[in-house]
Design a protein around this ligand. Structure first.
Ligand code: AHM
Ligand code: MG
Length: 341
């Protein structure tokens, strides 16, 4: 069987976007390259104790960087040099990074991203990821990007995806015509098509939520969890609980196997924890393209939410369609208000 690399695949699909004249192709290619560089560093993370702590000098006398800062810088510099991207909003930066060199100011696209999500898992060798979205800018070409270029609804995404640095490294993305996954073959240094046209099961038997926060959850979530744990043969219950604490890894597993991931609002996080622009929206586009669903638990589609600020948080219910519908019913019946503790 012949191998299709990420670059070949992206170029093959270029015809899907005649208006973009290869621009999206170049952007996605640059993301793929930065992902490989970050992957190399992620794989070396365990050696930090031997080679030097973050914040100290390494053996070459260079300042060691924390991996999330490193990933942020790599993606920013790769996208800046693509010539297609005029600015980036990232979890690592409070304000947008609007490029001011001539090449980048002529770029038609902006990118929102979480360069290294789940970073509390780095030290313990657990999967982490990068999440990204691509939008067309609203402001005029030739000038620096403006904040309104970034504050767009998820329905305006042209492409979205993630890289998972796990037992193998994968890039999964969509341009609105299905979802495709590529596994990095370290021997040739290429992402190769391994998961064409991913579809998520309409129902599953996995539920993913940080149950340590149980007492802080709204009654609707508590009752839904009880439902997940009840014995009822025909529906496959009790479901299995799986929670890694890295959104990318939890999402990826549930996408392939079928399941529900919930990060609700709670007494600790009255608006939820996950960020709309660079965590919820990209995952929402991917899951919908795979046949699943993403809502805020109150019947609102994530991608329809009009963002008000860059780092806005939203409650997040994402996964298999039937499971989301069921959870929404519990939220409606038992309430979505977080308790006062
Ligand atoms: P981060 O961006 O600070 O890494 O936080 C986001 C992460 C997600 O990857 C994950 O789904 C969630 O936080 C886990 O949160 P918690 O530890 O509260 O369960
Ligand atoms: Mg994050």
């Amino acid at each position: 069987m012949s191998v299709v690399t990420l670059n070949e695949f992206i170029i093959e699909r270029q015809a899907d976007f005649p208006y973009a004249k290869g621009e999206l192709t170049r952007l996605l290619t640059h993301i793929g390259v930065a992902a490989k560089v970050v992957n190399r560093e992620v794989n070396k993370a365990g050696l930090v104790d031997i080679l030097g702590e973050a914040g100290s000098d390494n053996i070459q006398g260079e300042q060691q960087k924390k991996l999330d800062v490193y990933a942020d810088e790599k993606f920013i510099s790769s996208l800046r040099s693509s010539g297609e991207c005029c600015g980036i909003a990232s979890e690592e930066n409070e304000n947008v990074v609007a490029f001011d060199d001539e090449l980048a100011k002529n770029g038609k696209y902006i990118v929102t991203m979480d360069p290294l999500d789940g970073s509390s898992n780095i030290d313990v060798n657990v999967s982490i990821g990068t999440i990204f979205s691509i939008y067309k800018r609203i402001s005029s070409i030739g000038h620096k990007a403006k904040i309104e270029d970034f504050i767009q609804e998820g329905t305006k995404q042209l492409a979205a995806g993630y890289i998972i640095y796990g037992s193998s490294t994968m890039m999964v993305y969509t341009t609105g015509r299905g979802v495709n996954g590529f596994t990095l073959d370290p021997s040739i240094g290429e992402f190769c098509l391994s998961h064409p046209d991913i579809k998520t099961p309409v129902s599953g038997s996995l539920y993913s939520i940080n149950e340590g926060n149980y007492i802080k959850f709204p009654e609707g979530v508590k009752q839904y969890l009880k439902y997940c744990q009840e014995i009822d043969g025909p529906t496959g219950r009790p479901y299995t609980s799986r929670y890694i604490g890295s959104l990318v890894a939890d999402f990826h597993r549930n996408l392939l196997k079928g399941g529900i991931f919930i990060y609700p609002k709670s007494a600790g996080y009255p608006s939820g924890k996950l960020r709309l622009l660079y965590e919820c929206n990209p995952m929402a586009m991917l899951v919908e393209q795979a046949g699943g669903k993403a809502t805020d638990g109150r019947g609102n589609r994530i991608m329809d939410i009009k963002p008000k600020s860059l780092h806005q948080r939203e409650p997040f219910f994402v996964g298999s369609r039937n499971m989301i519908d069921k959870a929404e019913k519990f939220m409606l019946k038992y309430g979505h208000k977080e308790p006062k503790l």
